[in-house]
Design a protein around this ligand. Structure first.
Ligand SMILES: Nc1ncnc2c1ncn2[C@@H]1O[C@H](COP(=O)(O)OP(=O)(O)O)[C@@H](O)[C@H]1O
Ligand SMILES: N[C@@H](CCC(=O)OP(=O)(O)O)C(=O)O
Length: 376
């Protein structure tokens, strides 16, 4: 299978659309184009692909509504424009998806939702539930509480963060150029389009410049960085021209459009590596022999019923060690419950959790996707 075959066999795509493209260089939201992308996205969905959309364009849509020709420079005004524009943006996606009877959802995230383990699990669980329900999450940065993205004009990083959260196979970054060129084509007419490279290839750094667009401004540097972050969780990235006719459907059909940036490791291996980078542990669970067996030999998640003791003071989302009754380490992972709740449910069947805790959370204490077996 050629490397482009990944796009066809993928289960989950994250598609990021930049401001320049969405707003047709500032002439309001490009409704016809949006409808065109949505038609193709819905076609992908009907092929069984799960989709998350990362949509910029709040500031640009807000500028239009507020009658501003130039992007504000003051941070508070950028935030205000984003707040005004976000409602318009999401209404536009909603009407467009509804032509296909597909339900979108607005999800506003920040970088802290990735680095804070508790928020990481919350965001992951909400996004996964939306995908299970067949909803298409439409993600943007929460520009009211963080200003990094509007300051640097970079939602590419957010695309990578979302690809990691939902364990996407593919991140597609639609932009105003046909892909990554050997130099900025706005400045160098001899620049050639790169078709494929390893995301970690350091020779790409010299090619990718900052943006010169009036609206989106991260340029290729932030796209390359995003591709590297996505690669760290095993996703391939395609940087491609959003105005190419039927671009999404043609990518799915493995046409060689844009620039494909490949990860060095496959998805599961990369995820385990990512988890291993978060090895500072805050607590310990002692497992009975049955739980040790299902974790080690059957690739299952850890249910509270198999836990004999809990020690340490930890919050939901923190890393804990699982040991057998003789103290040998079996696994490590991000726990779904804080220590107080873990103590209440240990040794109990999952169906009693609502009664014991007063709320209904995940049935497992540690999900297998968030766990690395020790010695493996
Ligand atoms: N090597 C390169 N190849 C293609 N485009 C480049 C390169 N280096 C810099 N750029 C610039 O990056 C811009 C796209 O990024 P940006 O303006 O942030 O768009 P978006 O809103 O889609 O994120 C292009 O218009 C181009 O001027
Ligand atoms: N979150 C903000 C700004 C993000 C931004 O400029 O990103 P991009 O155009 O993708 O480089 C918005 O929606 O306008």
């Amino acid at each position: 299978m050629s490397e482009r075959g990944r796009l066809k066999t993928a289960q989950r795509w994250v598609v990021k659309i930049g401001s320049a493209l969405l707003t047709d260089e500032g002439r309001g939201l490009a409704i016809d184009q949006i409808d065109g992308w949505v038609d193709q996205l819905c076609e992908l969905r009907s092929q069984g692909i799960e989709l998350v959309l990362v949509s910029s364009g709040a500031v640009a849509a807000g500028m239009e509504k507020l009658g501003r020709k130039e992007r504000p420079t003051a941070l508070n005004e950028l935030q205000a424009a984003a707040a005004v524009g976000q409602t318009r943006l999401v209404q536009t996606w909603e009407s467009s998806f509804q032509r296909h009877n597909v339900q979108p959802a607005q999800v506003l995230l920040t970088h802290a939702d990735h680095s804070n383990r508790q928020r990481y699990l919350n965001a992951r669980s909400a996004l996964r539930t939306l995908l299970d329900m067949g909803v298409v999450p439409v993600v943007n940065e929460n520009d009211t509480v963080v200003t990094d993205e509007i300051r640097f004009g970079d939602n590419d990083t957010l695309g990578a963060l979302v690809a990691n959260l939902v364990e996407a196979d593919v991140l597609v970054i639609l932009t105003d150029q046909e892909g990554l060129y050997t130099a900025d084509p706005r400045k160098n007419p001899d620049a050639r389009l790169m078709s494929e490279a390893r995301a970690q290839d350091s020779t790409l750094d010299a090619m990718a410049g900052g943006g010169s667009g009036r609206l989106g401004r991260g340029g290729m540097q932030t796209k390359l960085r995003a591709a590297r972050q996505a690669a760290a969780s095993g996703a391939a990235t395609v940087i491609v021209g959003g105005k190419i006719e039927n671009v999404i459907s043609r990518l799915y059909e493995q046409e060689s459009l844009g620039t494909l940036l490949l990860p060095d490791h496959e998805r599961m291996a990369a995820r385990k590596q990512w988890l291993q980078g978060h090895m500072q542990t805050s607590g310990k669970l002692v497992l009975d022999a049955g739980a040790v067996d299902v974790l080690r030999n059957r690739g299952k998640s850890l249910l509270p019923v198999g836990v004999k003791a809990v020690s340490g003071d930890f919050l939901r989302g923190e890393m804990v060690t699982c040991v057998d009754e003789s103290g040998r380490e079996v696994a490590r992972g991000l726990i779904n419950y804080g220590s107080r709740d873990a103590l209440k449910v240990m040794g109990k069947p999952s169906h009693q959790m609502v009664e014991l805790l007063g709320y209904s959370g995940e049935p497992e204490l540690l999900h297998r996707d968030n766990m690395v077996l020790s010695g493996c």
